[in-house]
Design a protein around this ligand. Structure first.
Ligand SMILES: [Zn+2]
Ligand SMILES: [Zn+2]
Length: 344
């Protein structure tokens, strides 16, 4: 019954999930004196904290996104090492979500809680794989917690992209991707599938991609779209005919994209499982590539941790809590504020 005592030392507050004996928050939604950050996405890593504890990679991501002043002080904490703060033993374990992403493993009074942040179980060549940590309380996300969400193996989706490029050699392939994680994973997956041409990036994707390269992820030849390039008189530039171009999802369909030659528009996201979302995105080639656990992965992972209690953070908490109840598990929604429908 170790799980029953955890809520006395780890509980949600209006600033986020708080560990009382250690006096720190995990992924708080407001500026706090001490925060442990699971990964660099905006709804988890916010600016203005006094002290941030995170993996070295997450700290680098935070500095690129918010400048060195993103926190008063940063303390790098390698995955796998242990640290004791106020009688709480803390360890970071890889979450398999994006480069640097970690689960926070907390042990206190003979009980172990794991705050997983965002995670996935599919292989990802740009980050360390998810480590399953047995625990009494497992805190899980629920971004894709609906039975309809089943992510295909990503290599098959990438194969569809490369096949489309081969079949349409005159057309630019323009793929919307989120700038942190998805962009670099998609490039790497294309490399693994044998594509060795240049991959061109929208300016908004450049800095984080350079960071991945600096941190040792080999992404091959990266080109940048010349911001000064204009469409030709006919309204189309031939420059990028047949090229693979990545951009933020919002740029697929705006003025920026008009420079390309009859583009095949695409979007790589777990949301591409849903017809309405494909229609909304207005893309020709939807690719179901996600950095989050899908429905079976969520349930399998939760069961495999052996957790007596499951606390659910952001996404479809209601559905996941209900399903876990059907499976005879004790589950509750944490109702933390500040997490949006994950942009991914
Ligand atoms: Zn995330
Ligand atoms: Zn998230």
């Amino acid at each position: 019954m170790a799980a029953a005592g955890v809520e006395r030392w780890l509980y949600p507050t209006e600033k986020g999930l708080y560990c009382e004996p250690g006096d720190f928050y995990i992924d708080p939604s407001r500026a706090v004196s001490r925060a442990i950050i699971t990964h660099g996405h905006g709804d988890h890593a916010r600016p203005g904290h006094q002290a941030v504890l995170a993996t070295p990679e997450t700290i680098e991501v935070m500095k690129v996104r918010m400048g060195p002043e993103g926190a008063r002080s940063f303390e790098a904490f390698d995955a796998g090492t242990t640290k004791r703060i106020g009688g709480v033993d803390i360890r970071l374990a890889p979450a398999g979500h994006i480069l640097g992403s970690a689960q926070v493993v907390l042990e206190h009074n003979g009980a172990r809680a794991v705050v997983s942040g965002d995670y996935k179980r599919q292989p990802d060549p740009t980050c360390a794989p998810f480590e399953l940590v047995p625990c009494d309380v497992f805190v899980t996300e629920a971004t894709f917690a609906l039975p309809v969400f089943r992510h295909e193996p990503a290599d098959g989706e990438v194969r569809r992209l490369l096949n489309s490029m081969a079949a349409n050699p005159e057309r630019t392939h323009l793929v919307g991707v989120y700038g942190l994680g998805k962009c670099q994973r998609l490039i790497k997956l294309c490399r693994q599938a044998g594509y060795d041409g240049p991959v061109y990036l929208h300016g908004a994707l450049v800095e984080l991609t350079k960071l991945y390269q600096r941190l040792g992820v080999d992404l091959g030849e990266i080109g940048h779209i010349d911001p000064a390039a204009r469409s030709t008189k006919s309204g189309r530039s031939k420059d990028y005919a047949g090229a693979l171009v990545l951009c933020p999802p919002s740029a697929v369909d705006d003025r920026w994209s008009r420079r390309f030659s009859d583009p095949v528009t695409s979007f790589a996201s777990g949301w591409m499982r849903i017809r309405g979302r494909i229609r909304q995105a207005g893309v020709e080639l939807p690719l179901v590539i996600s950095d989050h656990a899908d429905w079976p992965e969520l349930l399998d992972t939760i069961v495999a941790t052996g957790a007596e209690e499951v606390w659910v953070t952001h996404g479809r908490e209601d559905v996941l809590v209900y399903q876990l109840g059907l499976m005879g598990r004790k589950a509750r929604a944490l109702a933390l504020v500040g997490f949006e429908d994950e942009a991914e």
